[in-house]
Design a protein around this ligand. Structure first.
Ligand SMILES: C[S@@+](CC[C@H](N)C(=O)[O-])C[C@H]1O[C@@H](n2cnc3c(N)ncnc32)[C@H](O)[C@@H]1O
Length: 447
């Protein structure tokens, strides 16, 4: 029995049917050797990266929908087609493996069908490869993002989204030294980029707490908070603590809050390894704000719960298990938390809002609505100079002064996750604003 491919079918099914992140599913399977496991993981991620095209190919050869009892045959076809078109497995090996797997996981009739389809795909392999469309997003996602970015940018996003990302780390200090020691690339903002192979925990400096894993884009948010030494900072959705660690490293007095006890446990383990301390609070942000009576914070970092669709290079399955309604649901929660946040911020304090979503609903549009409702807040534009000391990161700064990274940015280094950051300052209402607010209330009342 082909255990690697059977496990791959099971994992694919688990992600697509139970809507689990692949990273959660893969840690559960332990019956494979490290080498086989690495192959199964690569096979599944490659399948997800090309699933839109794989489905198109299969439509040509499979005219009828498979019955529910034959669903494993369909997953075998996804993986088999991926191996034929994108991996170097010999055709006969692909066909034999998936026929065997389907016999075991469905029945001999479904196996016969899988055999016929894969044989046909092998025969037309070269023509099919030429038809590759580089489509990453299924129609629903494509539609939302096309409205945000337009066709030309979408093409770039889709191509870059298919590239397997490397491993980024943030070091406490002396980035140049660590880049040399670990043989990594030093990115403009001092993130170090490593080849994504081998065991992370075995790398020099990990056990000692000299660095932590954090994508280049995710690390930018806290870099936009200058002068926070000894300042009171609330990290409102903190776990697993990548940004908490950065805040502490900059000398802030940090309260790390999160609703998830399990994720906070991970945060505490991470801080312990890094020899960092923070006040840790397990609570719903909305409840915390309601109960909060102390002096306001100097800065609040709201790394809001989001659809995580900015991490599609690492989690290509996301676009196949999330729907538009998931993005909208997260945007609603972000709006609620954002609306309450001014209450716990000092006048003159900074609200740093960020999400790892590629959808503008959770970024630019969310902030536009917040500013409309909160006229005392002003954008404090972020610049490339403050992030890295040069203009090297101009491409990720929007006209409004937000950070908006996309997968095709930082192309010379292999791309990046998509991330959004807005830096806002709380002021007080001036006379004109007070007047216009009361007029607005008046208009609403009598309309
Ligand atoms: C994007 S993650 C935060 C990542 C983290 N800032 C980091 O850099 O490692 C969002 C977090 O929001 C938390 N969360 C979701 N809803 C929340 C709520 N109502 N109140 C507080 N935290 C919440 C989740 O548990 C999750 O850990």
């Amino acid at each position: 029995m082909n255990t690697i491919r059977q496990t791959a079918v099971e994992m694919l099914k688990n992600v697509l049917e139970d809507k689990n992140f692949f990273s959660e599913v893969k840690t559960e399977q332990s019956q494979l050797s490290a080498q086989d496991s690495a192959f199964a993981n690569m096979l599944i991620l490659t399948t997800f990266r090309h699933l839109v095209f794989i489905k198109k190919v299969l439509k040509k050869f499979v005219k009828k929908k498979l019955p529910a009892s034959a669903i494993n045959g369909q997953y075998a076809l996804f993986l088999g087609t991926c191996e034929i078109l994108y991996l170097n497995t010999p055709d006969y090996a692909v066909i034999n493996s998936y026929v065997e797997v389907t016999k075991h996981m469905a029945d001999k009739y479904v196996a016969g069908f899988v055999n016929a389809v894969l044989r046909n795909i092998c025969k037309q392999k070269e023509e099919l490869k030429k038809e590759e469309t580089n489509e990453f997003f299924p129609p629903e996602f494509f539609h939302i993002l096309n409205q945000d970015y337009g066709k030309k940018t979408m093409q770039k996003i889709q191509t870059a989204a298919m590239v397997e990302p490397k491993l980024d780390i943030t070091v406490k200090n002396n980035a140049k030294h660590w880049a040399e020691t670990l043989g990594g690339q030093l990115l403009p903002s001092d993130t170090i980029r490593l080849e994504n192979n081998g065991k992370i925990t075995a790398l020099q400096g990990y056990a000692n707490g000299d660095w932590w894993v954090q994508d280049f884009a995710a690390a930018l948010a806290v870099k936009a908070l200058s002068d926070i030494k000894d300042k009171k900072v609330l990290d409102m959705c903190a776990a697993p603590g990548g940004k908490t660690a950065q805040l502490i490293n900059k000398g802030a007095k940090v309260t790390a809050l999160d609703i998830s006890a399990a994720r906070l446990k991970k945060l505490q383990e991470n801080l312990q390894r890094l020899h960092f301390n923070a006040e840790v609070v397990c609570a719903d942000a909305l409840e915390y704000i309601k109960e909060y009576k102390e002096e306001g914070y100097d800065a609040v970092l709201l790394d809001a719960p989001c659809s995580a669709t900015g991490t599609i290079r690492r989690h290509p399955e996301l676009v196949h298990i999330k729907r538009l309604k998931d993005v909208e649901k997260q945007a609603e929660l972000q709006k609620e938390i954002l609306a309450q946040t001014p209450k716990i911020l000092k006048e003159g304090g900074i609200l740093l809002y960020c999400t790892c979503s590629i959808s503008k609903l959770e970024g630019e549009k969310q902030i536009a609505a917040f500013l409309e409702a909160n006229p005392t807040f002003k954008i404090v534009p972020i610049t490339s100079q403050e992030l890295c000391g040069t203009d090297a990161l101009n491409e990720i700064i929007t006209d409004e002064g937000f950070i908006r990274t996309l997968p095709q940015h930082l192309a010379n280094y292999g791309g990046t996750d998509s991330f959004f950051v807005a830096r806002l300052k709380k002021g007080s209402l001036n006379v004109l604003q007070k007047k216009s607010r009361s007029n607005r209330k008046y208009q609403h009342h009598y309309r």
